[in-house]
Design a protein around this ligand. Structure first.
Ligand SMILES: [Zn+2]
Length: 88
């Protein structure tokens, strides 16, 4: 199984910067953003963009709203320390 972690990311003067943590959830990394326009990046074997599920979690964590997450066979997703959010 791939080990994935997340970090808060932002740009400054054309450089990609980020926090030094290896957050276990998108929500945790989103809470670490301290710059306007910050985002969350995922790392598996290399840096990658967020999946649709991860993006929905980011939108919920950062803005309290989320688009309709993609349907899959496991509609319950744990959001870190938050109560389980059930998408129906
Ligand atoms: Zn962090």
């Amino acid at each position: 199984m791939k080990q994935t972690y997340y970090f808060a990311a932002w740009t400054d003067s054309g450089c990609l910067l980020g926090c030094d943590h290896q957050h276990q959830t998108v929500t945790s990394a989103a809470a670490c953003i301290n710059m306007p326009g910050g985002y969350v990046a995922a790392v598996e074997t290399s840096l990658r963009e967020l999946t649709e599920w991860e993006e929905a979690e980011f939108q919920m964590a950062k803005y309290g709203i989320g688009g309709e997450p993609p349907k899959d066979k496991n509609p319950v997703r744990q959001l870190g320390w938050l109560p389980i959010k059930r998408y129906t």
